[in-house]
Write a protein that binds this ligand. Sequence first.
Ligand code: PLP
Ligand code: COI
Length: 341
Amino acid sequence: MEKKNLDWANIGFGYHQTDLRYVSNYKDGAWDEGTLTPDATITLNECAGVLQYAQTVFEGLKAYTTVDGHIVTFRPDLNAERMESSAKRLEMPVFPKERFVDAIIQTVKANAAYVPPYGSGATLYIRPYMFGTNPVIGVKPASEYQFRVFTTPVGPYFKEGANPIVIKVSDFDRAAPHGTGHIKAGLNYAMSLHAIVTAHAEGFEENMYLDAATRTKVEETGGANFIFITKDNKLVTPKSDSILPSITRRSIVYVAKEYLGMEVEERPVYFDEVKDFAECGLCGTAAVISPVGKINDHGHEICFPSGMEAMGPVTKKLYDTLTGIQMGLIEAPEGWIQVIE
Ligand code: PLP
Ligand code: COI
């Protein structure tokens, strides 16, 4: 199959329309059989649940070309499970796990020409999502829904690529205790837009959100979880009920323990201890592992010893091992790699 002639190395993280997307509709209590369509547009009633009360959830994962030329995705079953918990929290029907994985496979196969070649630095980002489609004016869940999956080739999420970024401690809260921070709902991202625009205007790449109740604990950024490396090479990562359970972070924890023999602490992380860590990174599907060189706390800079020149040595080992597994250079744990073709 001939690849599209795109400038893979400079593609950035944006929307580039691909050929086919998957669509399934839910009505009268059941999902239809689903289909691939070339139509990238959606026509909705003006009063659709998603438009009035933001009833929408989504996922994000990637397809990779491995060193031996296969197209694979990484742990799509976990995206299906997380979308199930997101849907339940917003009173939406569940799109069954086997069908979710099948929809991913169908959509990636149909757009195989857009899966960037091995070693190009780009990947095919996959965006499954679901939203309420029928008119809703009293505050209640919709009764009809659409599930879709589209793909778009992407490069690094941050313009710095794998180089360290500078972030700021946000004065805005991302998620309330007992709220929706642990699910992937569009509403969490709508409320983060003012905070990210503000951070960008001030010259920062991202926000570090603290816990809304006490503002003493590290939560996450707008689109990634945190990992920290201690001076004695332990991996520390925040545990909180109001952060998204990142599949990348869960995979890094496993890789750190089982592949690199590291000690790992998943626990509340107080902002006061951040200054004592040796390395800091953001992890997620889009972010992969993006190193953080500095955190600006209201004008006071926390500078990690790993500096602004390159990824810290332990972060680099985690990055190389995780991406090595994704690209087929390192043997993956059972069930992590879904071969598409
Ligand atoms: N946290 C937030 C708020 C996110 O949007 C994402 C991206 O999906 C993540 C963390 C990372 O999650 P994952 O590793 O499953 O992509
Ligand atoms: C992802 O990493 O898949 C996300 O959804 C995060 C978003 C900031 C692009």
